[in-house]
Design a protein around this ligand. Structure first.
Ligand SMILES: C[S@@+](CC[C@H](N)C(=O)[O-])C[C@H]1O[C@@H](n2cnc3c(N)ncnc32)[C@H](O)[C@@H]1O
Length: 268
């Protein structure tokens, strides 16, 4: 089993808390060319009734809702869930004292503890590729959705940020990158047939964006969050100097191509 969908690694190292994920989110927030913002763009797709029940799976620290807090209709009853207790705690803290109330649950997306046909929408952003039994998870999502319910799930394309593993390999071929987009089992390229097993209609929308990174520390933090080994200070400094040299060669910037988007799936 690769680390990408090894529950022990994901739960106890990668997503025990939000620290590693936040290092990666920081790179996107600070260096994305598209300044509209991923979370706002995702929210734009939620063409849902003013009164509805929503379940988010794999919610992480809850950024989607924090970023869109003033846009959430009062009649949306939102349950945020994740299989990591640390992530749920972070989401709870981030959304405490906000104008909209939220429910929080620890849920493994492979076994959703709700009766059939409870939700108008289920949301699963950037995590179905981590789920070992994705077919089970999709059947569970389908089961808890109402007949006319909508499933929204974002993911990456196979070429997403491929420059980074290439740079890491140039620095040291021995370093194992945990997350390599071309090996993902649920991407913008291969998700549709998986969704079509449960949903008769699917639509996909891609977010136009790339990264122009001008801060070596931010890229080093990103890399450290997505490799399976730790680095002592000397090694970290060497990696930083390597990134600064790469930037100097390319007009003080490292360009990274992105490919991410969102699927909407439903039944007619
Ligand atoms: C890449 S993060 C995405 C977080 C958030 N959805 C976002 O887009 O920022 C993946 C999240 O999925 C969660 N996760 C991984 N496997 C899961 C599973 N089987 N069931 C529920 N959550 C899971 C992790 O704990 C982590 O919070």
């Amino acid at each position: 089993m690769s680390k990408l969908n090894d529950p022990d690694y994901l739960l106890n190292e990668q997503y025990q808390n939000a620290k590693k994920l936040n290092a990666r989110i920081r790179l996107h927030v600070e260096f994305s060319i598209n300044k509209y913002g991923w979370c706002l763009w995702v929210f734009d797709h939620f063409n849902l009734p003013k009164i509805c029940r929503i379940l988010e799976l794999g919610c992480g620290p809850g950024d989607l809702w924090l970023e869109n807090i003033s846009r959430i209709p009062a009649g949306w009853e939102i349950t945020l869930s994740d299989f990591s207790p640390g992530m749920i705690e972070q989401a709870r803290q981030n959304l405490a004292n906000q104008s909209h109330p939220f429910k929080f649950e620890i849920i493994d997306a492979q076994s959703i503890p709700y009766e059939d046909r409870q939700f108008d929408a289920v949301i699963a952003n950037h995590f179905l590729y981590h789920v070992p039994d994705r077919r089970k998870s999709l059947s569970e999502i389908h089961r808890v959705l109402k007949e006319n319910g909508k499933f929204f799930c974002s993911t990456i394309g196979e070429t997403h940020m491929q420059e980074l593993p290439a740079l890491i390999e140039k620095f040291d071929p021995e370093i194992e990158t945990v997350f390599k987009s071309e090996t993902y089992p649920f991407t913008l390229e291969n998700a549709k047939p998986q969704l079509r097993e449960w949903f008769s209609k699917t639509e996909v929308d891609r977010y136009p964006d790339d990264l122009e990174i001008t801060d070596a520390d931010a890229i080093v933090d990103y890399i450290l969050s997505s490799i399976s080994m730790s680095m002592d200070n000397n090694r970290r400094e060497a990696l930083k100097r390597f990134m600064e040299q790469e930037m100097a060669l390319n007009g003080r910037v490292i360009f990274v191509k992105k490919d991410s988007g969102i699927f909407k799936a439903w039944n007619l």
